[in-house]
Design a protein. Structure first.
Length: 371
C-alpha cells in the first residue's frame, strides 16, 4: 500500500547536501555582508572558520588549514599542481572523481613516474600496492560509488612520499587519521550542508616542506600559488584568501560548525552518519531486490550510500522521478557516470526519522515501476 507518512525533509542530495535540522537563512548574521573580506571583521570571520574547523576535526598543531578557491576541486588541483613531480606517484581510483585526478596527473601534468591502480565501481583497488617512497593520491570516500577506504593502516607512518587525500565526502562523518595524511581537501557543501565554491586545504608540516623546497617545472596560475620567494604564504592559512570569498557562504559555514559543536562535535557527527547507514543496511537485508554497490561491508560509505536494484536503467529513472513527484526523496539518482541505481546522502545533517519514513516509499515505488 502507498505509505501515509512522508519525511519532514526529502533532501538526500550528495552535493550540495541537506542543510542542518532547524536551519534558517534569516538566522545568519549579516554584519559581514557588504564588507571587504580583508577588513578586520571579514578576516576575523574567515579565520574563525579555519580555527573552528581545526578544533572540531582535531587537526594536529603544526598542520595548516586554509580556505581556497573553487571548492574541493580547486583545493585538490591546487595541491597536485603545486606538489606532485618531486617523487613517483601512486594513484588509486575506483570511481569518477578519483579517475579525474588520475587524468590530470597522467594527461595534464604528464608525470612519467605515475602508477595507476584502478578498480571498477563497487570495489577498492589493492591498497597494499602503495609504495611508501612514492607520493600517494586517493579519495577517502568515493562519492559516486559509495565505496570508502576502511582505514588508514595501509599508509606507512614512516613514508618518504606525501599522501594527498580528497576527503570531501568523508570529513565530519568518518575518522581521518591525520598522522597518515599530508594533504587533505574538502568543501563546505558536503558533510555539513554548507554552500558551494569554497575549498578547504589541510597541509602537514611535511607538505609545507615540499612546497618550500620543490618548484614544479610547469607554470602555476595565481589561484594555485601558495609560496612566495620559496616561503609559504602563511596568510592563506590565517583568513586572507587568495581571491574574494562569499562572506554569506562563510557565515553559513560558521552556522553549520556551531550546530555540529552543539550536538556533540565530531563523535556525534560520525555516530549519526553510521546510524543512518545502519537503517539502509537493515532495509537491504530484508529485501532481495536491492543491494549495496559496495561489495564489501567494511568499505560501505556512511555518507554517499549507493544502491543497485533489480530494475533496468529506464525503470530506475522512473523510480527516482516517482519519489521526487511524491516529495519524499529528491536528487537520489546515481551519479551520471556511475551504474544505474540510487544514491542517498546520509551525513549527519540527514535525520534518521526522515530515512525511516522514506524507506517504505522506496519499497512502494519499486513495486510501482516493476509491475
Amino acid at each position: 500500500m502507498k505509505p501515509a507518512l512522508k519525511p519532514a525533509s526529502p533532501h538526500f542530495s550528495s552535493g550540495p547536501c541537506a542543510k542542518r535540522p532547524g536551519y534558517s537563512l534569516a538566522a545568519l548574521p549579516t554584519d559581514a555582508l557588504g564588507r571587504s573580506h580583508r577588513s578586520a571583521l571579514g578576516k576575523a570571520r574567515l579565520a574563525r572558520s579555519i580555527t573552528e574547523t581545526r578544533r572540531l576535526l582535531g587537526i594536529p598543531e603544526g598542520y595548516r588549514v586554509g580556505i581556497v578557491p573553487a571548492s574541493d576541486t580547486g583545493a585538490f588541483e591546487m595541491a597536485m599542481w603545486s606538489m606532485l613531480g618531486a617523487r613517483p606517484v601512486d594513484i588509486f581510483t575506483w570511481e569518477s572523481f578519483g579517475e579525474g585526478w588520475a587524468t590530470d596527473i597522467v594527461k595534464q601534468l604528464k608525470l612519467a613516474d605515475a602508477r595507476l591502480f584502478n578498480a571498477p565501481y563497487g570495489r577498492l583497488p589493492d591498497l597494499g600496492q602503495a609504495n611508501p617512497d612514492h607520493d600517494i593520491v586517493f579519495t577517502w570516500n568515493g562519492t559516486t560509488s559509495g565505496v570508502r577506504v576502511p582505514d588508514g593502516h595501509w599508509i606507512s607512518p614512516s613514508r618518504g612520499g606525501l599522501t594527498l587525500c580528497d576527503a570531501t565526502s568523508a570529513v565530519f562523518a568518518m575518522d581521518i587519521p591525520w598522522d597518515r595524511i599530508d594533504v587533505c581537501t574538502f568543501s563546505w557543501q558536503k558533510a555539513l550542508g554548507g554552500e558551494a565554491a569554497h575549498g578547504m586545504l589541510v597541509l602537514s608540516p611535511r607538505a609545507v616542506e615540499r612546497l618550500e623546497t620543490y618548484k614544479p617545472p610547469w607554470p602555476l596560475p595565481k589561484i594555485f600559488r601558495m609560496t612566495k620567494g620559496g616561503k609559504l604564504l602563511e596568510e592563506i592559512f590565517e583568513g586572507a584568501t587568495i581571491n574574494t570569498p562569499s562572506m554569506l557562504a562563510n557565515e553559513d559555514y560558521l552556522d553549520a560548525l556551531a550546530w555540529a559543536d552543539g550536538i556533540g562535535g565530531l563523535p556525534e557527527l560520525i555516530r549519526r552518519s553510521q546510524a543512518n547507514l545502519a537503517l539502509f543496511e537493515d532495509f537491504v537485508a530484508r529485501h532481495d531486490w536491492i543491494r549495496f554497490l559496495a561489495e564489501e561491508p567494511a568499505t560501505r560509505s556512511c555518507t554517499s550510500v549507493c544502491l543497485s536494484l533489480d530494475l533496468s536503467a529506464d525503470q530506475v529513472k522512473k523510480l527516482v522521478k516517482l519519489l521526487e513527484t511524491e516529495g519524499v526523496a529528491l536528487d537520489c539518482g546515481s551519479y551520471k557516470d556511475a551504474p544505474a541505481g540510487l544514491r542517498f546522502w546520509c551525513g549527519a545533517t540527514v535525520q534518521a526519522d526522515d530515512i525511516r519514513l522514506m524507506l517504505p516509499w522506496l519499497e512502494w515505488a519499486y513495486h510501482q515501476v516493476k509491475a
